[in-house]
Design a protein. Sequence first.
Length: 485
Amino acid sequence: MTPDTTPAELEQALADAAEAAAPLAASAPAERAGWIRAVADALDAAADELVPIGMRETSLPEARLRGEVARSSGQLRMFADVLEEGSLLEIVIDTADPDAKPVPRPDLRRVLVPLGPVLVFAASNFPFAFSVCGGDTASALAAGCPVVVKAHPGHPELSVKTAEVMLEALRVAGAPAGTFGLIQGYDVGVTALKDPRITAAGFTGSVPAGKALHEIAVTRPEPIPFYGELGSLNPVFVTHAAIDARGKDIASGYVASYTLGVGQFCTKPGLLFLPAGHGLQEQLVEATGGVAAATMLNDRIAEGFASGLDRLRKVDGLRVWSEGGGATLLQTTVPELLARRDEILEECFGPVSIVVEYASVDELVAGVEAFGGNLTATLHAEAEPDAELAARLLPLLTARAGRVLWNGWPTGVAVSWAQHHGGPFPSTVGSIHTSVGVTAARRFQRPVAYQDTPDAVLPAVLQDKNPAGISRRVNGTITTAEVSR
């Protein structure tokens, strides 16, 4: 058991982060990219030491954890590349135009600057990719913000060892002291969140904990943005035509997806809507029964799952199709779901999912409309026969989810430029931001525009000669060329 961070240690971590904020903000994009790449290289080099610790603390298999290490180092390198290219700064330059109507236009130069020290609450279910060295940390460092990570109690030793690897890499690479720090303890995290030196926070966890922390963040004397990923059911909707074309593949894909990682993915498909008479019950039950039992991440999550499953078993209108072994499959109908919406549409984190049968297109639409915000929503359909139905459903899914999938499964979140991992509440607190992909850094930046400022005193990235050679939008055109006034 790792002891909680002491008040003196917390004060030192926050003071160091505050001290590092100015030099980090002033660092050149290429310099910052070098620091981030150094962390990525160090993580890869330390995988043989870190992965066994992760296996012991989380019960996750070696292949899964090694994949997470690669994902973490990969997203760090992606941010380094974007820093050097320049898009992360969103530089926009409008040169002066004395002939502009109705009034002359001044010289305006806009750039994104870092907010300052960021507090990251690490997640339990991805001990690398959403934890100490995860996406929140990577995107905040890329934005130029010092990061203080509140370690998750589910993997404390791994958190400490990962932090040691990162700290040494940053030190050797020449990053300012205080660029990164680690703290432990629930109350310690709350105290840090209330501290005026923290300017933003990222969180991945449960709805109750996320709502409580969000309330603290926005009711401080100086409120700060709180980016929380809280909970998601990730419904999947299947048409008659899709069943006719590939029903068996849909059944096997669904069971594989909702039981992946012992059902401990935030994108687990919690409900599958099938047309009445689908004929897949036998295959679904057989596939579910074939899922081997596995240990969950920690005792607290296992206890929460057991409690949630017991609650679902007692809901009128929910029938058990398969249980025992490593997964549970329940079944209901759209009318029964609508009659007990709040009870059925409460997330149960773990290897359980619900098949919901609909008797008509109107019932299918009513099923879609029953949902609040989700990270994902999936439609399995056939393009030609389902064109009219898809045109009706996709806007409804778009209104309720941050990522809409066609003929796929929501588990697995690619780290890329176009990715959006967020959605309307309660999936996330702020639906306009993502925690995965390049634009995740935008959460920890704010825009500043300089008006008629002499070139010599402008930040280097805004100067006429563009000494870093980065991408900028000048008078409406993306270019890396020198600005002529």
